[in-house]
Design a protein around this ligand. Structure first.
Ligand SMILES: [Zn+2]
Length: 630
């Protein structure tokens, strides 16, 4: 069987320019703990509910109508096929680590419906069958046909790698041949308004070794920023004539800012990085570096969330980072993880793994409820109430997207390279790679203590590289009870030796609560502070403040912040408690005043903060990440 790994994987060779070889999912296990719990929730609850939603909302029925097995009219948004594909990818990754007959049956049945709907020329999109056949590829700006194919190809690769079956993969290969027949120089010279096909084609190239798929991925990238008619179709109500909405305003190698629709931008950058990884990037690295700086150094929330604006689900200007009106789509944080994973593979630089961790624990994870039944599409940093999780969306991109990421998550934790084993992220479990076997024991992210034990002999010298998070100042590692070695935050710490079974690394990342302040140009956060502990950003939620509005609370400067683990709250989490004040609103009657109103009429109040990802799980509530400090 092929390696069970989601991306940037090659079984026989390393990607041309990759810093690492990826480690397949069957060489990594998650032990009991934070991520294993979430995987079990998705496996046991979310995936089955998502299959039900795809049935209830006609997404699966659309394939039956397209194949003629059922009569009726196709329903839903033009890109609804992609939700089925993403769900199949998530469910396939679930089978990579654990068999599940119910899930396997659901997958096989859906694949059978999809296969029946495919036309003899390979075409398959339920929105463009029968009377709509003439509209195929006539409006690539808006119709997402290649986007849907991208998700199908990724899902089919996941299914093949996880189960060894080729039923879905055969469909994807016929689709890919159809694309080769239809698009390219001298054929239809166009590209899709929503990027996604590019990274899927590169992964298909990795899976098959077929050069034409890589070439076609490069071709689709090169079609951006050409004439304003290269991408077929007309204006729509969102983008109008603004081509930066779908990153079509400049050739990709000349783009230097994170502009336009945020999810599209992250998928574009992932595709560019993939092409670059395979040595076909034509200097895309410099564009990638500057777009990355724009997105992550000037246009990113403290949770990692990106895409500040509701209008166009788009990036704002530099430092335009609202709190209550932050859009921060779950998919944009997921796209950021896909992109940063590829950048990490290109460079081996810790800053990319840092973003992955920030997104994972904050911007992305907030999109999923603790019980696995509800989702956020937008992830604001303040809520006055009236915003709650729902079991599904009309535009349902986020639910199956977070499921596919978390079910394949283990492969983002480690990489190998020659005699090096790189640890990018921390969770209990085990890994076998690069001639080493390690067991990892930790309560991360609740504890910063991590114990790595060597469980197999190494016959030659091997290096273990530990990522030291940027927040972990004064970190240490103790090897076999020798004296403690200091590690530098924001880097990988390398330890090289011939390892023996029982060798241990006792890592300590000082995880204690800390305050975070924002750049002065982020005016919403003036005079405010956010709280963090380890990789987790915290927030105040009304459910914890015993009757007070979160908007009347302020944190006292310099006060000590205490951390307490509560095993019974929201699946178990560490609370932060600190002294502060509560404003007595009744003392203020007018909207405006000659005198400052924020310093009178306050009484002492203990503030309780929970991790941001956990808010919105106890009914309608108020929430605030940036807290006044006074
Ligand atoms: Zn989404």
């Amino acid at each position: 069987m092929k390696s069970k790994s989601p991306s940037v994987v090659v079984d026989t060779r390393q990607s041309a320019k990759a810093r690492f070889r990826p480690i397949p999912l069957d060489s990594i296990t998650f032990g009991e703990g934070f991520w294993k719990n979430r995987q079990q929730t998705i496996r046991n609850t979310s995936l089955k509910l998502q299959f039900e939603e795809c049935e209830k909302t006609g997404r699966l029925e659309n394939f039956r109508i397209a194949s003629g097995r059922r009569t009726g009219t196709r329903s839903g948004l033009v890109f609804n096929d992609s939700d089925v594909y993403k769900l199949l990818e998530a469910a396939s990754w679930a089978l990579a680590s654990e068999s599940d007959e119910v899930l396997e049956q659901l997958i096989d049945t859906a694949i059978d419906e999809i296969a029946a709907a495919q036309q003899s020329n390979g075409y398959l999109n339920t929105a463009f069958m029968f009377d709509n056949e003439g509209l195929r590829y006539t409006d690539l700006k808006n119709d997402h046909e290649l986007y849907c194919y991208g998700h199908m190809i990724q899902a089919a690769i996941a299914h093949k790698r996880s189960t060894g079956k080729e039923t879905f993969f055969d469909i994807a290969i016929r689709v890919a041949q159809h694309l080769l027949d239809t698009f390219g120089p001298g054929k239809l010279e166009s590209t899709d308004g929503h990027e996604e096909i590019e990274l899927a084609l590169v992964e298909l190239y990795r899976e098959t070794g077929t050069q034409e798929y890589l070439n076609l991925a490069h071709f689709f990238l090169s079609m951006r920023g050409q004439s304003d008619t290269t991408m077929t179709g007309g204006e729509n109500r969102v983008h109008g004539t603004d081509r930066s909405y779908f990153q079509d305003h400049l050739p990709v190698s000349e783009q230097h800012e994170a502009d336009g629709h945020a999810v599209r931008l992250t998928y574009l950058a992932s595709g560019m990085a993939d092409v670059e990884l395979e040595g076909a990037g034509d200097g895309m690295q410099s564009a990638l570096d500057s777009i990355w700086d724009s997105a992550h150094l000037r246009r990113s929330s403290v949770t990692g969330g990106i895409g500040a604006r509701y209008q166009g689900e788009a990036f704002g200007d530099d430092y335009e980072l609202p709190n209550e009106r932050a859009y921060n789509e779950t998919c944009a944080s997921l796209g950021s993880i896909f992109w940063n994973w590829r950048m990490l593979n290109l460079t081996g630089e810790a800053k990319y793994a840092e973003v992955i961790e920030r997104q994972l624990f904050n911007g992305a994870l907030s999109g999923l409820s603790i019980d696995g039944t509800g989702y956020f599409y937008m992830n604001p940093l303040t809520s006055a109430g009236g915003y709650s999780r729902t079991p599904w969306f009309t535009c349902a991109c986020c639910p199956p997207n977070i499921a596919r990421l978390i079910m394949s998550l283990a492969s983002y934790f480690y990489s190998e390279h020659d005699q090096e084993l790189w640890i990018h992220q921390y969770a209990s479990g085990s890994v076998q790679a690069s001639g080493l076997s390690l067991a990892v024991d930790t309560d991360y992210p609740w504890s910063g203590d991590i114990r790595v034990t060597v469980t197999g002999n190494s016959t030659v010298e091997h290096s273990i590289l530990l990522r030291v998070p940027e927040w972990a100042t004064n970190s240490t590692v103790v090897i076999n009870n020798e004296s403690a070695i200091s590690m530098v935050e924001g880097t990988y710490h390398r330890i090289s030796r011939k390892w023996s079974p029982g060798d241990t690394l006792a890592i300590n990342f000082p995880i204690g609560p800390r305050r975070i302040y924002s750049h002065p140009r982020i005016t919403n956060n003036s005079g405010r502070v956010s709280l963090a502990r380890g990789p987790l950003i915290y927030c105040l939620e009304s459910a914890d403040q015993t009757g007070s509005s979160v908007f009347d609370l302020a944190l006292a400067p310099n006060t000590e912040i205490a951390a307490t683990y509560d095993p019974n709250l929201l699946g178990g989490l560490t609370l932060l408690k600190a002294s502060g004040t509560e404003l007595e609103r009744t003392s203020i009657s007018s909207l405006y005043s000659d005198a400052r109103t924020d310093q009178n009429g306050s009484k002492p109040k203990e503030l309780i903060a929970i991790p941001y990802y956990a808010w919105g799980n106890r009914g309608d509530s108020q929430m605030q990440v940036w807290i006044p400090e006074k």
